[in-house]
Design a protein around this ligand. Structure first.
Ligand SMILES: Nc1nc2c(ncn2[C@@H]2O[C@H](COP(=O)(O)OP(=O)(O)OP(=O)(O)O)[C@@H](O)[C@H]2O)c(=O)[nH]1
Length: 558
């Protein structure tokens, strides 16, 4: 059953070349679809790899930042506890006494127990008076100083060996500061304190600017210059409704650069950049921050568009010209990490190599298919034309290109049966070239062949569509004429006779010959017999009669 269906399908494609073409198209499409599917899987793995790689850096950076923020909040809590329950020791009393002595000096430093605590540096009463943001309130000053003193013991223990180098400090509105990188006791203290309170994040922590009293990130942006730029996390210190000052952590840009460079070594590919929320570049994994932006303004706008629609901590990717961009928002920083992976880096990477191998395999396979298609198509063409030649030769006479005897008899019998069934007349013409032997003898066998071919052409040109002719003997031809009476068939035979005899035929060496043929015609209606072989015998008898009567004539009766 399956075989029949298959045969049915195959038979629809008459030409084997079409089947071969179809098979190769199917194989080509199949291999292309498979390769494409592999490419899609590979692309998915590549995207996941890029996301993971950036996610690792983001997680690492977030963890570092979280650790710092925890420290910052811990210091604030420590100061709050100290403000709530101040302790009074000989050391604190000594410090406060020293402060009362130094407070009018342009700069001063409280350096108590330096082995275990950090020095506190400050400016004069006058400096504080001249700044509207500052306030040296004598009522709260001593408790603030003693709690700062306590903090100096804890801050002394702060670990600065982490990947992200950082500077911690407490900047008081009362005109002093505490830092884990203390300055020398010199006039620099004034400029340092001034810089601390002049920075935007300091006044951004006033109750008016930060009513929620939340942690804030700030970045001093100066495109093109990496030195001196800092990223700061800060929290305000408030107690009993008074804003005492700001606790802050500063990350030098170089420290962020170093961090990104080290993180980049994990996957060796691409460039990782840290941006603030306005997409100002802060740091990158490159040796130096690029002097020109890696993105044009429209490209940055496109990234901003994608990023702003995503929630905190989210990540995503986009394609930009030949670059693959992955981005991830940070949980502990008001900014995002962006990874840029160029086509060159992609090609050199693992996924690039696999893609190249996949493409080369597909190209080789396609070339192989194409080459085998050409060979097989040629073979099939040869076989097909051989088959057609064989089948033609089985039915046709190669010299005259008319039906041979076997094929002609088969067709003639079929036509006679059809005429009998339909009640139509049916006639047969038997034709024989006159004195053909003498042509062979005089001009040679090849000239005889030429005469035979010429006669067959005359024959074919003379009868109508539907009539069928065949070569039934050496120089004998037969024509069957369905739906034709004896009278009409005689006229056809006469027409052929005239045509054959009308022209001189040029043979080799300039010899010409005028040939003639004799005809015998028989018809089914005169014998009431549709048997072709008998009708052919009758026609042959009449042909013989025509020969006897002098040749070059048509005989249609006994
Ligand atoms: N050149 C050539 N001669 C052929 C072919 N087939 C048969 N003959 C020759 O045709 C000749 C037929 O001669 P005959 O049967 O004696 O008849 P004729 O010479 O035509 O004389 P009549 O039929 O009496 O007019 C023979 O010599 C055959 O050898 C052929 O395919 N090519």
């Amino acid at each position: 059953m399956f075989g029949n269906a298959f045969q049915c399908v195959i038979s629809r494609f008459k030409s084997p070349q079409k089947i071969v073409n179809l098979c190769f198209i199917v194989v080509f499409l199949f291999s292309t679809v498979l390769t494409w599917r592999e490419a899609v899987v590979l692309e998915g793995a590549y995207v996941a790899n890029q996301r993971n790689s950036l996610d690792n850096v983001a997680t690492l950076l977030d963890r570092q930042l979280q650790h710092s923020i925890d420290n910052l909040l811990f210091y604030r809590n420590a100061m709050l506890y100290a403000l709530e329950s101040p302790i009074s020791t000989d050391r604190t009393r000594k410090s406060l006494a020293d402060f009362d002595t130094f407070r009018t000096q342009p700069f001063w430093q409280l350096r108590l127990d330096l082995n275990r605590s950090l020095p506190m540096s400050g400016v004069s009463d006058e400096f504080v008076r001249n700044s509207p943001l500052l306030d040296r309130d004598d009522q709260t000053l001593h408790s603030e100083l003693s709690s700062a003193l306590e903090l100096s013991y804890i801050m002394r223990l702060s670990d600065r060996s982490g990947t992200l180098q950082q500077r911690m400090f407490y900047a008081s509105r009362s005109g002093f500061f505490l830092t884990n990188t203390p300055p020398a006791n010199d006039p620099n203290i004034v400029s340092l304190y001034y810089r601390l309170i002049a920075r935007p994040y300091f006044y951004s922590q006033s109750p008016e600017n930060n009513p929620k009293r939340a942690l804030k990130w700030a970045h001093t942006f100066n495109a093109g210059a990496t030195t001196g730029q800092i990223v700061t996390a800060s929290v305000p210190l408030d107690f009993n409704g008074r804003w005492y000052g700001v606790l802050a952590l500063e990350y030098p840009i170089n420290s962020l650069h170093n961090f990104l460079q080290q993180a980049k070594y994990d996957d060796h590919e691409g460039t990782v950049l840290l941006y603030d929320n306005e997409l100002n570049p802060i740091a990158s994994s490159l040796e130096h921050m690029p002097t020109h932006s890696l993105f044009t303004d429209p490209q940055l706008a496109r990234i901003a568009n994608v990023v702003t629609s995503a929630k905190q901590g989210a990540q995503g990717e986009l394609r930009m010209d030949s670059r693959f961009i992955t981005w991830a928002k940070l949980n502990n920083f008001d900014g995002l990490l962006v990874k840029v992976h160029t086509l060159e880096e992609g090609v050199q990477g693992e996924f690039g190599r696999i893609s190249i191998v996949l493409t080369v395999l597909w190209v080789l396979f396609t070339l192989m298919i194409f080459a085998s298609w050409i060979v097989i198509r040629r073979l099939v063409n040869n076989m097909f034309s051989l088959q057609q030649t064989l089948s033609w030769r089985a039915n046709y006479d190669t010299l005259t290109r008319l039906y041979n005897r076997g094929a002609f008899f088969e067709i003639a019998c079929k036509l006679s049966r059809e005429c009998e069934q339909q009640g139509l007349p049916f006639s047969v013409i038997q034709m024989d070239l006159d004195l053909f032997k003498s042509i062979n003898d005089r001009f040679g066998h090849s000239s005889g062949d030429k005469v035979l071919t010429h006669a067959a052409t005359m024959l074919s040109d003379a009868f109508r569509t539907g009539d069928v002719a065949g070569r039934v003997g050496g120089e004998e031809f037969c024509i069957v004429l369905p739906d034709t009476t004896l009278e009409e068939a005689t006229k056809v035979a006469e027409r052929i006779r005239v045509r054959i005899n009308s022209k001189e035929l040029l043979l080799k060496q300039g010899n010409t010959v005028r040939i003639s043929a004799s005809f015998g015609v028989s018809s089914a209606d005169e014998f009431s017999d549709y048997d072709f072989e008998r009708l052919q015998t009758y026609a042959d008898h009449r042909l013989y009669k025509a020969k006897q009567n002098g040749r070059n004539q048509v005989c249609h009766h006994d």
